[in-house]
Design a binder for this molecule. Structure first.
Ligand SMILES: [Zn+2]
Length: 277
């Protein structure tokens, strides 16, 4: 009698809910006012527990990019994220703008934030996301050298992780030449799939979108990826101090329900998705 081996069924689409828990790390570096700091504090105080409760209820594993300052200032959050089975990844220390720092300064921050995750989890982090998605010319060389397996700060693709090229050269007289692909994987991101520019006021935008607008964009991406990118990855970026507000949590719940209603959609941590590719 022949034994039959069931075929491995891969998800049609994986959705990664990712959370950048900036809290007050950038505010204290900038010397923000007590009011702005309190806006950041809403994240660890209200947003994080609210999000973790939703993820537990929906049985969704996720990835958290947490600045070292947040990790150490809000240890209850850190413990709760890990207790929920979520991935912890790096996001600077004081949410620095890496494009404004020299190589030595960037390396020091990377090493310090890796050690903070190692202290929390017992293992080095696999992922890095640049604060503000701001990279200097050598930042990703340093990220690779610091032992990271993936970055999540670039936008050259949408539903497919790709290998980061290092050593691209651009000239106004001789055009562009592209460097070789490196071992560093890229999990591409998008402003459209980030809660912050939709909901938070900024220098060049009003923010404060109605959730009905944002859910239309996010589910539009969800359905397109499900139809056209089999085996792909849809990465959503959120901030606890932003998405944690009630009307936005209701939108996130709706987005999760829309995703679960599609055949073959799963939610996963970024490290788990990348390990299965
Ligand atoms: Zn951030």
């Amino acid at each position: 009698m022949r034994r039959t081996i069931a075929p491995v069924t891969r998800p049609r689409l994986t959705v990664a809910l990712t959370f950048d828990s900036d809290a007050i790390s950038d505010g204290i570096r900038r010397g923000d006012s007590p009011v702005k700091l309190s806006h950041g504090e809403f994240g660890p105080r209200v947003g994080v527990p609210r999000i973790l409760e939703l993820l537990e209820r929906e049985r969704i594993p996720s990835t958290w990019f947490v600045p070292g300052h947040t990790l150490e200032t809000f240890p209850d959050n850190t413990a709760a994220i890990l207790a929920g089975g979520h991935e912890l990844a790096c996001h600077g220390w004081y949410h620095e703008d890496f494009s404004q720092l020299n190589g030595e300064e960037q390396s020091t921050i990377l090493e310090r934030s890796v050690e903070a995750v190692r202290r929390a989890t017992g293992a080095p982090p696999k992922g890095f996301r640049a604060p503000y998605w701001a990279l200097g010319p050598v930042t990703l060389d340093l990220v690779l050298g610091a032992g990271f397996e993936y970055d999540s700060s670039l936008m050259a693709d949408d539903y497919r992780p790709y290998r980061v090229r290092l050593g691209d050269q651009h000239s106004m007289t001789d055009g562009s030449t592209f460097g070789p692909e490196s071992a560093l994987l890229e999990v591409p991101i998008s402003w459209a799939l980030d809660d912050w520019p939709h909901f938070e006021p900024g220098p060049n935008r009003d923010g404060l979108s109605a959730p009905s607008k944002v859910i239309e964009i996010w589910t539009g991406e969800l359905r397109y990826a499900h139809e056209h990118a089999p085996g792909g990855l849809l990465t959503i970026t959120m901030h606890p101090e932003c998405i944690g507000r009630g009307h936005r949590m209701a939108m996130l719940e709706q987005f999760i329900a829309e995703a679960k209603a599609l055949h073959g959609v799963v939610f996963d941590r970024l490290d788990a998705y990348l390990a299965e590719r």
